[in-house]
Unconditional design. Sequence first.
Length: 422
Amino acid sequence: MSPILQRAKTKLKAKWTPRTVQERNALYLYATTAMMGLEQAGIMTYMPVFLARLDASAEQIGLLTSIPAIVSMIVLIPAGLLAERIPNQVQLRGHSGFLMRSSFLLMSIAPWVFAASAIPSVAIVLWSLRALGFAVANSAWMTVMTDAIPARQRPRLNSIRWAMLSVVSAVLAAVFGGMLDVIVFPLNYQVLFLISFAGALLNLYFFSRIQVPPLQTKPKGEWHIGNLGQGIRSYLSSITECREFVRFLLATTAFRIAVNMSIPLFSLYWVNELQATDSWIGLRSTAGYTALVIGYLTWGRIAGRIKHRRVLLISVLLYGLYPISTALIPSTPWLLPVAVIWGVALSGVDMGLFDLMLAAAPKDKMPRLSSVLNLVSNAAAFIGPMLGVMLSNATSVRTALLVIGAIQLLSTITFRLLPSDV
C-alpha cells in the first residue's frame, strides 16, 4: 500500500474509531436506531394496512391502539417503581424489549394458525402483551439516555439519530411495499413480520453494548408489599413537586388526544377510499420519512436560534393540516405531498416534546416521570382512537379526518402553559 493511502487509512480509522465510552455509546445508539427504522418501515407501518386488507373494522383497528394503551396504563407505575430498583438499566431494557418484540414473531405465524377473520383479534391480543414489555423498556430507555451521552451533546445526537431513523425507514418502506405487491397474500406480510423480528434482535444486541453507570437504587426494604400503598402515595406526591413537569403534561395532553383520534382512520382511508396498493403506501411512507430527515436536520438547527418551545408551537400548527389535507386528496398520488407535510411537522413535534420533557424532568426522578408521561400518553392513545372511530361511524372517515384536524389545531391553545425553554 502506498504511503498516501496508508496515511488516509490511518486518518479514517482514527476518525471512526471511538476513543471514549460516550463515543462508543453514540455509535451503538446509531446502530440501534437503524434497526428501529427497519421495525418502523416493516411491521409498525404495515400492521394496520394488513388488518385493513383482512376487512378489519374501524373499531378493531382502533382497539389495536386502545387496548394496549389500557394495559400500559395499568402497569406503568409499577413498571416505574420496578425500574428504579434495578441498577442495570441496559439489561432491564434488553429483557423487556425482547418480550415486547416477540409479538413480531408470533404475528408472523398467526395466519398459519388462525382463520383470517380471527387475525385482527389475535393482533389486538399480541399488541396488548407487547405493551407489558414496552412499559418497562421505555422507562429504562429514558434512564439510559440521560447517562449514555452528555447533556450538551444530546440534541445533536438525537437530531442525527432521528434523521437516521427516517432515512432507514424511508428506504425500506418503499422496498417492503414493492415486496408485498409481488409475494402472494398473506405470505407477503408474514415475511415482512419475520424481517422485522430479525431487525428487533439486532436492535437489542447493539443496545446491550451501551455502557452507563449503575442506577442508584432505593433501599430494598421499601419494596415490601405492605408498603405498596404508601409507596404509591409517595410516588405520586414526589411527581406533583416537579411543577415544570406537571405544566408540561397539562400543556400537551389535549394535543395528544387529538392526534390519536386519527390514527385508526388513515389506513382505512388509504385502503378503502383511495384503493391504494402496498407499493403506493410504501412510497407514501418513503416520502414522509424523507421529509422527516430534512425536518430533523432543519429543526435541529433552527432550535438553536429560536429554542425548542417555539419549534414545537410552529410544528404542531402544521401537524394539524395533515389529517385535513389527507381527507381532501382526490387520488392515490396525492398521498406523497401530504406525507411531506406529515414528516416536516412530526419532526418538529418530536424534537420539541422530547427536549422540553428532558428539561422539565429532574434526572434523579427520570424513571418515574417517564412512566407518568407514558401513562398520560397511553391514556390519550386509549381515548383518542375511540373518539375518532365514534366520529367516523357518525359521519364518514373523510369527514372525521376534517373534524379531527380542526380539533388538533384548537388543542394547541393549551401550549401557552408550556414551561420555560431549554
